[in-house]
Design a protein around this ligand. Structure first.
Ligand SMILES: [Zn+2]
Length: 512
């Protein structure tokens, strides 16, 4: 990882189903982090992708009478269409059937094999086909998978094993010496307990499945889907071909994954990298889940059932806002239509939407839309300025720690302060007296200056609305060309001949 690069990844998704709300939440959160890093001027690479070598995927293809590869091609289109709809700004998309990935897996396997860390053996044990994971008896509930509540099948076959046990001590030391390696703390403690209680070698091949990457040392077997999938993080960056991109961006700054797959990412993956002599990622973040109980939607939203479809009606930003504001990455959360509409109307339509439309409307009404170079430093303006500056600071600090919900709240602190500023300065009163002309123009400019800062802070969470707000206050350039380091209370008002015109409401209220 270069000093100014930031490589972040999400989990790659099984394609036996279309993305659901929880999958979308992960991508939206990762996207907000990627956009924040770019806003900071860091050379960011944001990777996503699909996990295609799963028996669940093969089964789904067969059930539809499709060739697995053709089915995966179709699903890759479907997934990326959804990600575009949600405005996810990924820089790379890896599929585990891509040539570069297959070559990457073979190369890493060969490295690990050369270290003497792969050996043949017999595997017997319980296996959940849906999880594609082995279970020990103590992890099962009455012989059933704790996640799927289906019977974990007894598997007995000749496999190849990875010497995971050999890396136990090194891994333990790494986790202890690098508190930032696994976040949040609850996940870190879980993994510490797993590693402390001892690690067993793991089977990394299957003799019974054909849909997968052939095992280089025994082509009658395929590579275990998890061993295969984890390698996407380096294969996508050209690991197999010694690409400059790989040396530039690796190690990853951040793997964002669901809390249910932290063991693979915090135990198996680092041990694989240690064996091959590759640096470990800096941070693995295991986020919580978003549940949606599928309750009846509000009448006002028509026939929208799936929360993801709310993007068709309102664009992606209100959903992005809701999820990032409502569900911190380190916790589980709920989506409900009631709460969604409440937040939309209160935070977006009232607080943010009104701030922008009132400000623009007053400039149109009291000065023909013209923005004049005038910004005084009276006490009230000074106070607004200081809230703006502390919001920028708090926002950056929170985003740095992946506390997106707190960053959003810092932004809203400024939005609410600006609305309060309107009430306190009462421009409609100032407009009545010619002697208060300067005071009036300065107050309106102070509001514009707040809105300019707000639109930049909103960019990671609501990229579309951020650009729309920027445009509605008639600034040249765009918010994504701004840099957080130089964002401050300054002279945006001096752009000569700047004139604003009445705007469409940003967030038309949802009637309830
Ligand atoms: Zn399972």
């Amino acid at each position: 990882m270069g000093r100014d690069t930031f490589f972040l990844t999400t989990a790659i998704d099984y394609v036996n189903n279309v993305p659901h709300l929880g999958t979308a939440y992960e991508k939206i959160a990762a996207d907000a982090i990627a956009r924040f890093r770019r806003l900071r001027g860091e050379d960011t690479f944001f990777l996503m992708g699909n996990d295609e070598h799963s028996t669940n995927v093969e089964k789904e293809a067969v059930a539809r009478g499709m060739d697995p590869q053709k089915y995966c091609d179709m699903m890759a289109e479907t997934f990326q269409e959804i990600w575009r709809k949600l405005d996810i700004s990924y820089d790379g998309f890896i599929r585990t059937t891509d040539d570069r990935h297959v070559r990457g897996v073979q190369k890493l396997f060969a490295e690990i094999h050369r270290q003497g860390d792969i050996y043949p053996g017999a595997y017997e044990g319980r296996y959940c086909v849906s999880c594609e994971a082995f279970y020990t008896e103590k992890d099962l509930v009455d012989g059933r998978c704790p996640s799927h509540n289906t019977e974990a099948k007894w598997i007995s076959e000749k496999n190849h094993f990875f010497r995971l046990s050999k890396y136990r001590d090194r891994l333990l030391r790494h986790i202890e010496e690098h508190p930032e390696f696994i976040v949040p703390a609850i996940r870190r403690n879980e993994i510490l307990n797993v590693v402390k209680s001892g690690l067993e070698d793991v089977s990394v091949s299957r003799s019974s499945f054909r849909w997968g990457i052939p095992l280089p040392v025994d082509t009658s077997q395929t590579i275990y889907v998890w061993f295969d999938a984890l390698i996407n993080y380096i294969s996508a960056m050209g690991y197999a071909d010694g690409d400059a991109r790989f040396s530039k961006y690796w190690p990853a700054a951040l793997h964002i994954i669901g809390k249910d797959i932290t063991r693979f990412h915090c135990v198996l993956w680092p041990a694989m990298l240690m064996s091959a002599g590759i640096e470990l990622p800096k941070t693995v973040l295991g986020h919580g889940f978003v549940s949606f109980k599928g309750e009846k939607m509000s009448k006002s939203l028509g026939n929208i059932v799936n929360p993801l479809d709310v993007a068709d009606k309102f664009g992606p930003d209100p959903l992005r806002y809701f999820l990032l504001r409502e569900v911190p990455l380190d916790r589980d959360g709920d989506f409900s239509w009631e709460l969604f509409i409440e937040r939309y109307n209160a935070d977006l339509a009232n607080d943010l939407g009104n701030l922008v439309s009132r400000t623009v409307a007053m400039i149109v009404r009291y000065n023909g839309g013209l923005v004049e170079d005038l910004l005084s430093d009276d006490e009230r303006t000074g106070e607004l300025k200081s809230v703006a500056e502390s919001s920028i600071r708090d926002y950056s600090a929170a985003m740095d720690e992946y506390k997106i919900d707190e960053a959003v709240q810092s932004t809203w602190k400024l939005i609410r302060r600006a609305n309060q500023f309107i009430e306190e300065t009462a421009p409609w009163q100032l407009a009545k007296e010619q002697s208060k002309r300067e005071q009036l123009l300065s107050a309106l400019n102070a509001l514009l200056e707040s809105i300019r800062i707000i639109s930049v802070l909103l960019l990671p969470v609501m990229p579309g609305k951020s650009a729309q707000i920027w445009k509605s206050i008639c600034l040249s350039g765009s918010p994504d060309a701004q840099r957080l380091g130089s964002l401050g209370w300054s002279g945006s008002v001096v752009e000569a001949g700047r004139k604003v015109a009445q705007v469409e409401p940003l967030f038309p209220r949802i009637s309830t």
